[in-house]
Design a protein around this ligand. Structure first.
Ligand code: COA
Length: 535
């Protein structure tokens, strides 16, 4: 297969500058991840251990097959949104191997506000369910939660996508034969009690796990009945009287080992439908991407050099290399998995959009997963572009991308703006998974453009009202707009709001996608029905 040849000059000033700028971003990612992994305050973590409980991450570790990877999703959810709450929104979600079977794990971190659900916790739980559902992954939920975080009611209670959707999804998943197992490892109140109640099998830890719709205090306040937690919702009561739970464990370790056994009896695990070839590393070191990613938005990144550092053997069977060349399309392997790649190399023109539609059509017919590598300022504007029918071509690209039912993934490697963001498999088009690199950014338009557009509108109104403004006044008007866009477009803002499934280092990209491609290769083939293509 043809190989992408690199012409990178590692001794250049640009390489050094880009490298330094990237390292700053990378440091921020490491710091945020460290804060997330730590969980709640030290005092609360100590109390958690004194209660004989395993730390939430050790629980996840104890479920997984030793030495197997865990792909964490939504790890920075809620970052900066809630006072004294670390990134992660009190929940750990991710894909891992349990008793040889790929599963979705959802675990409350009760060291963070009693494992209660904020708005972003609900969103993260729902997202994990959707990924499990799409890929037919069994869902294992380690429950240790006081239910709703009461002050955040508007983001938890009334709407679709909030707490109630967790139950709705549980029912739908169950109807679609997705196994769901719960392990009650702490006091589970209200919503926290319904999650296990809607599972297929429930394990509960003696003297530590409790389930009730209302705890002892609420029961007393509501009915005047005085009852202790054990009698109201303990392991013995639920396993011998109410029948809400099915297995009693003596401690966390025992509960995890029972759960691993349950997973080993979920029936035959699905096999991959695709042949994975032997993984081959790219010809060039992946770390060189750090020095390739342009830190200056005015200087474009050479995305061909980036691609050469992501795919197996840097081998790229390019489709239509001479036509619409601001979008690279072609076939490659990633960790041995065959994929169809669409990677930006400039602004989208009519030809590049048409090429995208054609290429996506091919991949759907051949049942090849799609990977969108995004670094785009948008579609070409102007008379020439309009006359060439760019609106029609863009619609065709969007129709193809949106209709495609093959597994599809998005990685934003640079800028991703406006209709470019959307047409390159943006979040509204439901990618199977979507990530940003730490340097990546996305908004309706760039900060400078947004400030200029707003200033032009203001200038026109000024003229209509026979007013004028000085250069200083114009700058004072533009500065806050620029700042809003700068803050918005940051990758960590996207991760905090769960508009992406995570921020990943370029060097992690191959492993992350390999696991997801493996997961997707085990689900049944879906037929694509394309919408109308305007020719
Ligand atoms: N909403 C908001 N905050 C809550 C909360 C809730 N439902 N439940 C607990 N918290 C907060 C506490 O105020 C405390 O905050 P702080 O760290 O700022 O002091 C923190 O979470 C830890 O709570 P604490 O009671 O000290 O921890 P615990 O491990 O001993 O007990 C619970 C945890 C969840 C079992 C217990 O707090 C509880 O029963 N909460 C009420 C649950 C409930 O009734 N939920 C109904 C939802 S509809």
């Amino acid at each position: 297969m043809p190989v992408l040849k690199s012409t990178l000059d590692k001794s250049s000033e640009a390489f050094a500058e880009n490298y330094t700028a990237f390292k700053e971003r990378q440091k921020e990612l490491q710091e945020l991840r460290t804060r997330q992994k730590m969980g709640g305050p030290e005092k609360v973590r100590d109390r958690h251990l004194k209660r004989g409980k395993l730390p939430p991450r050790d629980r996840v570790e104890g479920l997984l097959d030793p030495g197997s990877p865990f792909l964490e999703l939504g790890e920075l959810a809620g970052y900066g949104k809630y006072e004294n709450v670390p990134p992660g929104a009190s929940l750990i979600t991710g894909i891992g191997l349990i008793s040889g079977r790929l599963c979705m794990i959802i675990a409350n971190d009760s060291t963070v506000k009693g494992g209660t659900y904020f708005g972003m916790t609900c969103k993260k739980h729902v997202r994990a369910q959707h990924i499990a559902w799409n890929n037919r992954l069994p869902c294992i939920t380690l429950v240790d939660s006081g239910g709703a975080f009461l002050p955040d009611m508007e983001n938890i209670f009334p709407d679709e996508g909030q707490f109630g959707s967790i139950f709705h999804n549980q029912v739908g998943m169950s109807g679609d034969d997705i196994p769901q197992i719960a392990v009650v490892m702490g006091p589970c109140t209200a919503g926290g009690a319904y999650i296990p109640s809607l599972c297929d099998e429930v394990v509960i830890v003696r003297g530590q796990g409790f389930m009730y719709l209302g705890g002892p205090e609420l029961t007393f306040a509501a009915t005047g009945e005085e009852v202790d937690a054990e009698t109201l919702g303990g392991a013995k009561m639920h396993s011998s009287i109410s029948g809400v739970t099915d297995h009693i464990a003596e401690n966390d370790e025992h509960a995890l080992s029972i759960t691993r056994e349950i997973v080993s009896h979920l029936g035959e695990a699905p096999l991959p439908r695709k042949t994975q070839e032997k993984p081959v590393p790219p010809l060039y070191p992946i770390e060189e991407i750090y020095g390739l990613l342009s830190h200056n938005p005015k200087i474009p990144t050479d995305n061909r050099e980036i691609l050469a550092r992501l795919i197996d053997g840097s081998e790229f069977h390019e489709f239509k290399p001479l036509y619409g060349d601001t979008l690279m399309t072609g076939f490659a392997r990633l960790y041995g998995h065959e994929i169809g790649i669409l990677a930006n190399d400039g602004v989208l023109f009519t030809e590049s959009a048409n090429k995208a539609a054609h290429f996506i059509n091919l991949c759907c017919q051949r049942d090849i997963p799609l990977l969108f590598l995004v670094d785009v300022t948008g579609f070409m504007v102007g008379r020439e572009a309009e006359q060439a029918g760019i609106a029609k071509a863009g619609a065709k690209m969007i129709t193809a991308m949106s209709s495609a039912r093959v597994p599809k993934f998005t990685v934003i490697t640079g800028g991703s703006y406006g209709a470019g963001y959307l047409s390159m498999l943006g979040r509204p088009f439901q990618p199977d998974a979507m990530f940003m690199w730490p340097n990546a950014r996305s908004a309706i338009m760039g900060p400078e453009q947004a400030a200029s557009v707003m200033a032009q509108i203001r200038a026109r109104i000024n003229t209509e009202e026979s007013k004028s403004w000085t250069a200083q006044e114009e700058e004072a008007f533009k500065a806050p707009v620029r700042k809003i866009y700068e803050d918005f477009q940051n990758a960590y803002n996207y991760a905090s709001n769960l508009w992406v499934d995570g921020v990943i280092d370029p060097c992690e990209t191959r492993e992350v996608l390999a696991l997801l491609l493996d997961v997707a290769s085990r689900r049944p083939k879906s037929e694509t029905n394309f919408g109308v293509f305007r020719i």
